[in-house]
Design a protein around this ligand. Structure first.
Ligand SMILES: NC(=O)c1ccc[n+]([C@@H]2O[C@H](COP(=O)([O-])OP(=O)(O)OC[C@H]3O[C@@H](n4cnc5c(N)ncnc54)[C@H](O)[C@@H]3O)[C@@H](O)[C@H]2O)c1
Length: 359
């Protein structure tokens, strides 16, 4: 069997889930690792038995042996590296968000079309077992017409700092970092309706709260308590052309009693909660039923979802499947994310109606 040779670009925290999942896939050889930080690249090369390391992604892309790359770098380099990889004839799995702006997203989409290569956006929540179980109920009509969804990830103290807090490298705060996951999950389960309008607000009221004592939180490797250029809270109401609507709020920090994550979908025949754990709500014989699927993990299982995502990417690269997370969806998500930021900046609703496209 000819194995797919993989290069991983960006060898920080999330790359481990890519490496582990590739290592578990017998159709793959982990071949190259690239990071601006040479020591980090060498550590991952040794840990995952790769052949070569690079500190410049352009050098990695010159190697004709490499078939596909995972891009696990800061958000500001996703578009540039994805386009260069596609132009070098590589398939691409790019971490979320696809990039920082709609303009960049459209350039990536153009490069995908030109190259004919696979590009999969790392919307990993689509690959959760709880997501797939719920999707099978939605696809068989059990929820009926989905007209509303509501999702929230509220951290009371959780600005990771480092590049996450540097707008230039990240593109924004909790909205682009964690909001992207729940917006995508709802939008995907709602059947990917066309966006009609967006009204959003962002707030930078509390800063990164580096002053807080005796309560630990995840900090990026390059954490610096002084630097923070991103919002601490974002909320939005997104209207779709089919009449459905989605409400979200996300925070890096907020005066909330405890951290909260929920994702809820509502149709005219039934509803569902997917976070914190899957439950399907319906009505039968004049009785409301809360039905709990009997599956191993009712919540999002990180390791399993990454394994499913990578296995699917590998099959797509081998021409055996079509990606369920294509570049067009990355472009739509960038329209939504940037629309929320623009609405917040201008204090106005952003309209995407065909006669009045503002983005
Ligand atoms: N799917 C998920 O659930 C999930 C979770 C966490 C992070 N992410 C995404 O993964 C990406 C990386 O996040 P992370 O938490 O691993 O960050 P990280 O800071 O731990 O790692 C990023 C690495 O990329 C390297 N890097 C940056 N620019 C580079 C370039 N041009 N060339 C080579 N190396 C470069 C950095 O040196 C660093 O080692 C981000 O886009 C983030 O949004 C996704």
């Amino acid at each position: 069997m000819v194995k797919l040779k993989i290069g991983v670009i960006g060898a920080g925290s999330i790359s481990d889930l890519h490496f582990q999942s590739y290592a578990n896939n017998e159709k793959v050889e982990i071949f190259a690792v690239c990071d601006l930080n040479e020591q980090r690249a060498v550590e991952k090369k040794n840990k995952y038995h790769a052949e070569v390391t690079y500190t410049n992604y352009e050098d990695l892309l010159k190697d004709p042996q490499i078939d596909a790359v995972s891009i696990c770098t800061w958000n500001n380099s996703h578009a540039e590296i994805a386009i260069a990889a596609l132009n070098s004839g590589k398939h691409v799995l790019v971490e979320k968000p696809l990039c920082k702006s709609v303009e960049e997203a459209l350039r990536v989409e153009e490069a995908v079309k030109r190259s004919g290569k696979v590009l999969q956006v790392g919307f990993v929540r689509r690959f959760g077992t709880n997501t797939n179980v719920l999707k099978s109920f939605i696809d068989s009509g059990d929820l009926g017409e989905i007209y509303y969804a509501k999702a929230s990830i509220l951290r009371r103290l959780g600005n990771p700092g480092g590049w996450f807090a540097d707008k230039e490298r990240s593109g924004g705060g909790p909205l682009i970092d964690i909001g992207v996951h729940i917006i995508d999950l709802c939008w995907y389960l709602m059947g990917k309706p066309k966006v009609k309008s967006i009204s959003g607000n962002t707030y930078s009221k509390l800063g990164n709260r580096a002053n807080i004592k005796n309560l630990s939180f995840y900090q990026a490797a390059d954490y610096d308590p002084i630097i923070n250029k991103v919002e601490d809270l974002a909320n939005a109401l997104i209207r779709f052309e089919n009449g459905a609507s989605l409400m979200i709020d996300v925070s890096f920090t907020l005066h909330v009693k405890k951290d909260e994550t929920y994702v809820k979908i509502f149709g005219d025949k039934g509803g569902a909660e997917i976070e914190p754990e899957l439950v399907i709500v319906t009505e039968k014989n004049n009785t409301i039923l809360n039905a709990q699927p009997q599956i191993d993990s009712l919540s999002f299982d990180f390791n399993q979802a990454f394994q499913n995502e990578i296995n699917h990417f590998v099959l797509c690269c081998q021409g055996e499947e079509q990606t369920i997370s294509p570049v067009e969806d990355g472009v739509e998500l960038m329209k939504i994310l940037c629309g929320i930021y623009e609405s917040s900046e201008t204090g106005k609703e952003i309209s995407f109606e065909r006669s009045n496209v503002t983005i």
